[in-house]
Design a protein around this ligand. Structure first.
Ligand code: ZN
Length: 274
């Protein structure tokens, strides 16, 4: 073999090894926190019985985009993007809540180079309006929702507006999205009949549990408070126990979607977590 041929062979071997190294780092690559609006609640006791009766409270509302080597998952879709153009926000729940949106979900995805058609799965914690507001923005994505949640929402007065082309995968309980345990939907009913949370393993940050509305605020988590509007109190308490056990087992962080002070400590897109 000539010296030249040997160099060529070495380069070819290195290329093959390079591909091998790439394959070994499979799983979740990064997670983006997206600003999906704010809820202004007229009376905190609606969510925290007996606490701050008659006092207003502001919540954060986040969406999360997870990049896995097998696809992109959007967890929740937030308050409708149309609210960004409403200077006074949108009043819902018979005046109990006002939705606001500083920037659209579409613009935040665009900023990080993601088109709606790139999103493989849109998974929603539940079907309240501040979580499914933009579900139709993703006409080619597969929706991951509990079957009990879908049936309940479609029988009620505020049906989510799905895109007609969306494939809706109705889940029954826990679901391992990519089959490798790194993005796992956890059944946490009680706030609504088919509420679900998300357990994610990031390569550097470690395990995160994204609550959805299994719990609304840090203070409610500490005191295990159940909002009066939840459909099932016993199920809610059982779900909180399950979350506590998972946090312990995985040494996971609990990211409480609506907790404004916790959200203020997070890095939002275009920054990301690895
Ligand atoms: Zn809710």
């Amino acid at each position: 073999m000539t010296g030249k041929a040997l160099v060529a062979l070495s380069v070819a071997v290195a290329a093959v090894i390079g591909i091998g190294i790439g394959a070994a780092s499979a799983g979740v690559d990064k997670l983006y926190v997206l600003d999906c609006g704010q809820n202004l609640g007229k009376d905190q006791s609606r969510w925290s019985p007996g606490v701050n009766q008659g006092k207003a409270i502001e919540f954060s509302d986040n969406c999360y985009l997870i990049r896995h080597d097998k696809g992109l998952v959007l967890w929740d879709t937030g308050i409708p993007d149309s609210v960004a153009a409403m200077p006074d926000g949108m009043v819902v729940a018979s005046g109990a809540i006002t939705y606001r949106r500083g920037k659209t979900l579409a613009s935040q995805l665009d900023q990080i180079g993601v088109k709606p058609a790139d999103v493989t799965y849109v998974a929603v914690s539940h079907t309240h309006g501040d979580h499914v507001g933009n579900i139709a923005l993703f006409p080619t994505s597969t929706v991951l929702i509990q079957g009990t949640e879908y049936d309940w929402a479609m029988a009620g007065p505020a049906k989510p507006t799905f895109a007609s082309t969306q494939k809706i995968e109705k889940l029954t309980g826990d679901h391992d999205v990519f089959g490798d345990g790194t993005v796992k939907i956890i059944s946490t009913p009680g706030h609504t009949p088919g509420h679900q949370s998300l357990l994610v393993q990031l390569p550097k940050t470690g395990w995160l549990l994204l609550t959805g509305d299994a719990v609304h605020f840090q203070d409610n988590w500490i005191h295990k408070r159940v909002p009066s509007m939840n459909v099932n109190r016993d199920q809610t308490l059982a779900s909180l126990k399950r979350i506590a056990a998972l946090l312990e087992e995985r040494k996971a962080q609990l990211w409480i979607n609506h907790d404004k002070s916790q959200s203020a400590t997070l890095r939002y897109a275009p920054a990301f977590y690895e």
